[in-house]
Ligand binder design. Structure first.
Ligand SMILES: Cc1cc2nc3c(=O)[nH]c(=O)nc-3n(C[C@H](O)[C@H](O)[C@H](O)COP(=O)(O)OP(=O)(O)OC[C@H]3O[C@@H](n4cnc5c(N)ncnc54)[C@H](O)[C@@H]3O)c2cc1C
Length: 347
């Protein structure tokens, strides 16, 4: 018996990837939310639209068809490969922990966003909102609320929104300001409803969920992936594509027990803010080279492309993903031609 704890993107995809590899063993899934696995990115980006999207409708697999049994309940303890839901022990040969993370809440009484039930609560807000935290989720929520006609303020203690991007975030900040979103460093006197988007806390059940690149923890036959796991080496947990890639690797590890290490995963983030499609790939270290219109920033370290951020330039996002490690000068990077063309002309 193989037990998967947590039925979000990571848990569902491990089940699907195992079956796609011909795994015929029994699979049990433990589901805390009581609803079929659904996608989280629409909860902020499409809060007032099509936000209730099951992952099965997007071609990621139907949990009930992939596993032999779904247990509804919260895993309270794990010991070796046994998961406990209250007093009931679920023994297994292999345990997969895909418990995700829960929203951090520092401000008493604030609302947060992590689950579909959270989104239902946010949709019921009337009047102005203050969003504490100007990172990805905070900015996505700000644009959704503003587009729905709410007065919106983002409170970000750093000196800019999306601090991870440094100056590359300027056009996004401007787009939010143009929409009428207020951005401040201090709480407004009349904040309206406070929504906190200050990050998330990994659900580890007190275990050390550091894993190798195959998702193996230090506990024999226990794997961890998605937001609950800390990949060594990175990237940091918290992004959809990372969970997706990890699922494929965990399934591969369970079915083949490989003795080689795969390549490290990349930071690979997508977002939609103020109607703009954003892609961040790789590292934001080194020298940022931003096009004059702000639509592409490439980070170059020692003459090599190490990362890129694109705004409504999806083809450039793909080109960054495929060409990390390519040699590139600052002069070449400032050329507004598609990145693919710039790199091709060097060959
Ligand atoms: C609102 C929102 C928007 C996002 N947008 C983007 C985006 O645009 N781009 C991007 O790259 N990433 C985005 N992310 C991050 C991305 O969705 C996550 O990285 C991804 O969902 C991780 O999948 P997961 O399966 O590890 O965790 P989750 O999807 O959180 O699933 C974990 C599941 O485990 C369950 N669980 C937790 N504890 C227990 C327990 N003790 N027992 C049983 N079950 C338990 C949870 O209820 C949940 O159903 C977003 C996240 C959120 C919350």
């Amino acid at each position: 018996m193989l037990t998967i704890c947590g039925t979000g993107l990571a848990g569902l995809r491990v089940a699907a990837e195992l079956r796609e590899r011909g795994y015929t063993g029994q699979i049990r899934a433990i589901d805390r939310e009581g609803v079929p696995p659904y996608d989280r990115p629409p909860l902020t980006k499409e809060l007032f639209g099509d936000y209730r999207r099951p992952l099965s409708a997007e071609g990621f697999g139907q949990l009930s068809k992939l596993v032999d049994e779904v247990i509804h309940g919260t895993v309270t303890k794990v010991s070796g490969t046994t998961a406990y839901v209250g007093d009931t022990a679920y023994e297994s040969d292999t345990l997969v922990l895909a418990l995700g993370a829960d929203a951090r809440q520092i401000i008493p009484g604030s609302l947060t966003i992590r689950t579909r039930a959270d989104a239902d609560r946010l949709r019921a807000i009337t009047g102005s909102v203050t969003i504490v935290g100007g990172s990805w989720l905070g900015c996505e929520l700000a644009s959704s609320f503003r587009a729905a006609g709410h007065e919106v303020t983002i409170v970000e203690i750093a000196d800019q929104i999306l601090p991870v991007l440094g100056p590359a975030a300027k056009p996004i900040e401007q787009a939010l300001l143009d929409l009428g979103v207020g951005i401040t460093r201090t709480m407004p006197d009349q904040p309206g409803t406070i929504i906190e988007a200050t990050g998330a806390i990994q659900n580890t059940l007190g275990l050390d969920l550091r894993t190798d690149l195959w998702g193996r923890t230090a506990i024999p036959n226990v794997y961890a992936l998605g937001d609950c796991a800390t990949l060594e080496p990175g990237p940091r947990w918290g992004h959809w594509n990372t969970a997706l890639h990890q699922a494929s690797r965990v399934a591969e590890a369970i079915t083949t027990d490989p003795d080689t290490e795969p390549d490290p995963l990349l930071i690979d983030v997508f977002s939609t803010i103020a109607g703009k499609e954003l892609i961040l790939i790789g590292d934001t270290e080194g020298t940022p080279v931003t096009l004059p219109d702000g639509s592409r920033t490439l980070w170059i370290k020692d003459g090599v492309l190490v990362g890129g951020f694109t705004i409504d330039r999806p083809a450039d996002g793909v080109a960054v993903r495929r060409n990390l490690g390519a040699t590139l000068t600052n002069e070449e990077a400032i050329d507004s031609l598609p990145l693919k063309k710039i790199l091709r002309s060097k060959r």
